[in-house]
Design a protein around this ligand. Structure first.
Ligand code: F6P
Length: 322
């Protein structure tokens, strides 16, 4: 291969810049030209493509977000959009693509590979950590630490006022962020999409003697919980326990920003480089992942269609320690 391109797509995640830097410098190391596509698939459709060199990725390893910008392109979901994208791939002499993103990105990549035969390798980058075929997705560690930092602060005010807080974290349909944040934030309860939320149990919890001995409590709620988000659950509890009083804090997009942790920089560097090496060797339609600290490949098809499961046995640990 003489020329490849890299882009980020879907929700940004801390560590994406480390992956871009790694992809660019690995390509150059192997004597392959590399360009950047601005704004994900939409940039590919619009021909928003820039040349990159070693200097283009200087001083970015420590930065959150993505220097290549990102989007959730509606147009790429259409055949017409993908045809325009494929025309630009040819026009710019690009022989392979490195796509950094999550399941939406790889859903698009799989269709694009199958329809056009264009070579694409994926790098898992999403704070949700919900991709099958990898123990880890870039951004998760930083997001969890950001949420824990917020919870530590919430604890101060919860303690001072003897209050209960329901803290909602991101994760879309998955509970990986909630599980780790709940355990590391010392939550009394963790509500995940993976386990149906038992409102009666919550009522028992908030009306038992155990609760009465505690001056304050933190409940971590995954945004995708089956009983609803934190606001909905608190409203339901107010109906069931008339005197119930709690505050809700939805952490939202702060979880996506900020300086990437050392782990996210390391994973970005390893996975970004591995994707380029595989791409140069002609591998396509696959995501590079990390399983038991070993780099492995998983087809886009499996990565998006198989379900990665949260280790729900950790809830027992969380309960015991709460
Ligand atoms: O996939 C990453 C993520 O942050 C999810 O946790 C969240 O549900 C979603 O993206 C939010 O998307 P948007 O930034 O489009 O609001």
């Amino acid at each position: 291969m003489k020329k490849i391109a890299v882009f980020t797509s879907g929700g940004d995640a801390p560590g994406m810049n480390a992956a871009i830097r790694s992809a660019v410098r690995t390509a150059l190391y192997h004597g392959v030209e590399i360009c950047g596509i601005m704004g994900g698939y939409q940039g590919l459709i619009d021909g928003n493509i820039i040349e990159m060199n070693s200097q283009s990725v200087a001083n970015i390893i420590q930065r959150g977000g993505t220097i290549l910008k990102t989007s959730r392109s509606e147009e790429f979901r259409t055949t017409e959009g993908r045809v325009k994208a494929a025309v630009n791939v040819k026009k710019y002499g690009i022989e392979g693509l490195v796509a950094i993103g999550g399941d939406g990105t790889f859903t698009g990549a799989e269709i694009f590979c199958n329809e056009t035969g264009i070579t694409v390798m994926g790098v898992p980058g999403t704070i949700d950590n919900d991709l099958f075929g990898t123990d880890y997705t870039i951004g998760f560690d930083t997001a969890v630490n950001t949420a824990i930092d917020a919870i530590d602060k919430i604890r101060d005010t919860a303690d001072s006022h003897n209050r209960t807080f329901f803290v909602e974290v991101m994760g879309r349909h998955a509970g990986f962020i909630a599980m780790d944040v709940g355990i590391c934030g010392g939550a009394e309860a963790i509500l995940l999409p993976d386990i149906p939320t038992d409102m009666d149990e919550l009522v028992r919890f908030f009306t038992t003697d155990k609760k009465k001995q505690k001056s304050f409590s933190i409940v971590v709620v995954a945004e995708g919980d089956d009983a609803g988000g934190a606001f909905t659950i608190v409203e339901k509890l107010k109906v069931l326990i008339p005197e119930f009083d709690a505050r809700v804090s939805v952490l939202g997009h702060i979880q996506r920003g900020g300086k990437p942790s050392a782990y996210d920089r390391l994973m970005g560097s390893r996975l970004g480089s591995a994707a380029v090496v595989e791409l140069i060797e002609g591998v396509t339609n696959k995501m590079v992942g990390i399983v038991s600290n070993e780099l492995i490949l998983t087809s886009f098809h499996e990565a998006i269609n198989q379900k990665k499961k949260v280790d729900v046995s950790l809830l027992k640990l969380a309960k015991m320690l709460a």
